[in-house]
Structures are given as structure tokens and as C-alpha cells.
Design a protein around this ligand. Structure first.
Ligand code: C2E
Ligand code: MG
Ligand code: MG
Ligand code: MG
Length: 280
């Protein structure tokens, strides 16, 4: 799986277009129509135990298959979707699609504890409908709350509001897990872990890139893993690309990883195949 050109690989999105106001405007227009036109789909990236290869679950990653431009990376459209106020619609679609797929896999492989991670934007946390959507979706697809993990980034704390804090508390009240994504790229992260009782820390790829080459970086990762163990917070290493990185992380006690070395974001068929093989 790791070697194959992945579902996460994009056609090149003309870099000069970034600077063009016209292109941006057309991107906005196209984005507003993309949901109705069914242009989004999901890739599923496995989260695994590096020591055994055991599969914990998947992170749902949205892809936009633009009719003319081909696959556009979320890096290139999520911020636009946030700006023009359509991110809630996109993430709502992602939630339903990913939860439906999770329920299918749980039944097909008799594994009711298989997990799905969902990314979110700040908009979700100030919209009371988000909690209703989450509750309704879990009920509709008969999913246990602990199988859903909502990924947040420190970005949502940029403009602290009581709504954000209460939404996070309400999510945990439902029994749904919360992961702090891209950990280490923001600031004062430790206070967030404490204040919002985070379930999982996802260490950003920028740290994993240096886990073999830089002793100081390895010491920081080691510390985060120890902290996780002490506080009973799960730790996932993101963006593991090489065997050396996987071995180094295993050696310092990391029990969950995600990255191209293990698997790229996969199509439903490839992810199903991986699940089948993981059962053998
Ligand atoms: P993220 O949540 O931190 O997701 C991890 C990103 O790292 C994904 O990029 C994944 O394909 C990539 N990745 C995983 N392993 C490796 C690796 O070994 N090497 C490298 N170079 N990259 C790796 P992707 O799919 O392009 O998504 C980018 C970001 O877009 C995500 O970062 C997330 O912040 C956002 N995003 C994706 N899907 C959604 C969504 O449904 N809703 C929202 N609101 N944001 C989303
Ligand atoms: Mg994420
Ligand atoms: Mg991340
Ligand atoms: Mg990221």
C-alpha cells in the first residue's frame, strides 16, 4: 500500500493561480456548487500500531474532484471554504459520509471498536447544530461514541469564546473523543490539554521529520509520549514516512502512528482491502 501512488496525490494545481484574484473568485463560485454537484469524496488514512501493524481506525480526509482542475488539495480549498462560509456544509457532508462508511466497515469486519477521525474548523464550534448533527449521525448509523474522534487544531483557540469551550465539553459529554491535531505547531498547547481534557495528541509531522536526525527533537517527542502516558492521553505520530522513523518512534514507546510509510490516504476499496488483510 505504502509504495503505490496514493489517493492523496493531487494533480498539480497551478501555483500562479494562488495569486490571481480571478482564479480565487472562480474557486469560490465553484466551491459553493461543489456539494450539490457531488464533487467531494473522502480518502481514509489508517492509524496503526507501529510495532504490530494493528489497525485502530482511519482519518477521513476530504478531496475535491474539480471537473476541470482535477483533484484539489484541502490545503488549497479549506481556508477558502472557511472564508465564504461553506465549511460547515462540507464538514457535515464529510461527517455523514465517513460515519456511514465506518458503520459499514464495523459490520463487515465485526469490529465495533474501529474508529473514525474527523477534522473540524472553528465554525463547527460556534454552531449549535454541530452537536445535533453529531448525535443524530451516531444514532442513525448505530455508532458507539468512543469510535468517533473529533480533531481540533489550536487555531480554534485563537479567538477564545465560551461557545468553543462549551462545545468541546459537550462533545466529551457525549462520549465522543477529542484529538488535538498538528500538536507542536501552535502555542501554549499544554494548557489546552489540561483545560479541555483532550483524549489524543497528534504530534505534527514537522517533529516526526526530525525524529532520527535531531536528538533534541527526539527528546521532545519522548517527553510528549511520557506526558501522554501520565495523563492518560493517547499520542499519535503524524507523517511517518520511513522505516527509520517508525523504528525510532517504536523505540521511544509510541503506540500509534499515521503516515505514508504505513499507508497513504486510501480509497474505500483500498481501505477495505487493508481491513481484510489485517483480519488474516
Ligand atoms: P491534517 O488533519 O493534519 O491531516 C494530515 C495531512 O497529512 C493529510 O493531508 C495527509 O494526507 C497528510 N499526510 C499523512 N501522512 C503523511 C506523510 O507521511 N507525509 C506527508 N507528506 N503527508 C502526510 P491532506 O489530506 O492534504 O489534508 C490537509 C489538511 O486539510 C488536514 O491536515 C486538515 O487540516 C485539512 N482537512 C482535510 N480534510 C478535512 C475535512 O474534512 N474538514 C476540515 N475542516 N479540514 C480537513
Ligand atoms: Mg487531522
Ligand atoms: Mg495533522
Ligand atoms: Mg495538518
Amino acid at each position: 500500500v505504502a509504495k503505490r501512488a496514493g489517493y492523496g496525490d493531487y494533480a498539480i494545481f497551478d501555483a500562479s493561480m494562488h495569486d490571481s484574484a480571478v482564479a480565487r473568485l472562480s474557486l469560490q463560485t465553484d466551491l459553493r456548487q461543489a456539494i450539490e454537484r457531488g464533487e467531494f469524496n473522502l480518502a481514509y488514512q489508517p492509524i496503526v500500531d507501529p510495532a504490530t501493524g494493528a489497525l485502530f481506525g482511519f482519518e477521513a480526509l476530504v478531496r475535491w474532484d474539480h471537473p476541470e482542475r482535477g483533484l484539489i488539495s484541502p490545503v488549497d480549498f479549506i481556508s477558502v471554504a472557511e472564508e465564504i462560509g461553506v465549511i460547515r456544509q462540507i464538514d457535515h457532508w464529510v461527517m455523514r459520509e465517513a460515519c456511514l462508511q465506518l458503520s459499514k466497515w464495523q459490520r463487515q469486519f465485526s469490529n465495533p471498536s474501529l474508529r473514525m477521525n474527523l477534522n473540524t474548523s472553528a465554525a463547527e464550534f460556534v454552531d449549535p447544530e454541530f452537536l445535533k448533527d453529531l448525535t443524530k449521525t451516531m444514532a442513525e448509523f448505530s455508532l458507539l461514541p468512543q469510535c468517533i474522534e473529533i480533531e481540533i487544531t489550536e487555531g480554534i483557540f485563537l479567538h477564545p469564546s465560551p461557545e468553543i469551550a462549551s462545545t468541546i465539553a459537550a462533545i466529551r459529554q457525549l462520549g465522543v473523543r477529542i484529538a488535538l491535531d498538528d500538536f507542536g505547531t501552535g502555542y501554549s498547547s499544554l494548557s489546552y490539554i489540561n483545560r479541555f481534557s483532550i483524549d489524543t495528541i497528534k504530534i505534527d509531522k514537522s517533529f516526526i521529520d526530525d525524529v532520527c536526525g535531531d536528538d533534541r527533537t527526539r527528546a521532545i517527542i519522548d517527553l510528549i509520549i511520557k506526558l501522554g502516558r501520565t495523563l492518560d492521553v493517547a499520542v499519535v505520530a503524524e507523517g511517518v514516512e520511513t522505516k527509520d522513523q517508525a523504528d525510532a518512534l517504536t523505540a521511544i514507546g509510541c503506540r500509534a502512528v499515521q503516515g505514508f510509510y504505513f499507508a497513504r490516504p486510501l480509497s474505500i476499496n483500498d481501505a477495505t482491502e487493508l481491513l481484510r488483510r489485517s483480519m488474516e
